[in-house]
Unconditional design. Structure first.
Length: 260
């Protein structure tokens, strides 16, 4: 198997960015003290005033009732969530992982800065030792005024991805389709790439979703610098896969070119 080989990605900021969700999650060894309220306040202090809303995050555990009886699922505190005032940014802290996500992505520089602050706070307060997995998920939801049916994505999404959409009999009958591809991105990195299209409400057009889950799962000492370097590499891979999935015409449209 040959690892993914794609050209260096363009770094231009798209005027009509289709990103609807960006999440970076880091898994580590269990740190039971995450549930301690004093620690979440320490992390909030390190992060400043970006995430004023703090909520306890319940976990589900199984409590045995008696010998031979099935355990009873019950809730107990397992971690915390911190949110921005408008809920568009969410930080989650769990005994075995932490994550930052947003539905208001502006740029990698902005997202990376916030993630860098979070990693610094977690290392300072919880001091996890082992990075089990770091993943960056970027979800694009693309719409175009000229797409009135599934086959209309030809010319916008690369033909190689369209599959049944390009079939002369299946194409016009498709209401929704999703496909999944598992890619080796080299150097221990992988991509779970889900993509497909679905019709919106009548008269509302279609949306094509490109969902990139880029990750490394190689088990290593968790350090601030190495983790951020890994996140940068996963971002580069996500850009490469996104740009290899769409045509130059669609890229130009998202970058701000007018539809003729």
């Amino acid at each position: 198997m040959t690892p993914l080989q794609l050209p260096d990605p363009k770094e231009d900021r798209l005027e009509s960015s289709p990103l609807s969700l960006v999440v970076c999650q880091v898994r580590h060894e269990p740190v039971p003290g995450v549930a301690d309220a004093r620690r979440i306040l320490d992390i909030q202090e390190v992060l400043g005033d970006k995430y004023p809303k703090v909520e306890q995050r319940p976990g589900i555990v199984s409590v045995p009732l008696a010998i031979g009886a099935p355990p009873l699922p019950t809730e107990q505190p397992s971690g915390w969530q911190m949110k921005s005032e408008d809920d568009s940014w969410v930080i989650t802290l769990d005994p075995q992982w932490f994550a930052i996500e947003t539905s208001a992505y502006v740029s990698w520089v902005d997202f990376r800065s916030r993630m860098d602050q979070l990693v610094s706070a977690v290392v300072q307060v919880h001091d996890p030792n082992l990075e089990a997995r770091v993943g960056l998920r970027m979800v694009d939801e693309i719409q175009h005024p000229e797409v009135k049916s599934a086959p209309d994505w030809r010319g916008w999404i690369r033909d190689e991805l369209l599959g049944p959409i390009a079939h002369p009999a299946f194409g016009e009958a498709i209401n929704a389709i999703q496909q999944m591809v598992d890619l080796d991105a080299g150097d221990g990195n992988r991509v779970t790439f889900r993509h497909g299209t679905v019709a919106l409400a009548p008269g509302k057009g279609w949306v094509y979703q490109l969902d990139h889950d880029c990750y490394r799962q190689t088990g290593r000492r968790l350090t601030h610098e190495d983790l951020m370097t890994g996140a940068d590499e996963l971002h580069r891979i996500a850009l490469q896969v996104f740009q290899a999935s769409i045509t130059e015409a669609l890229y130009s449209y998202l970058a701000g070119a007018r539809v003729q």
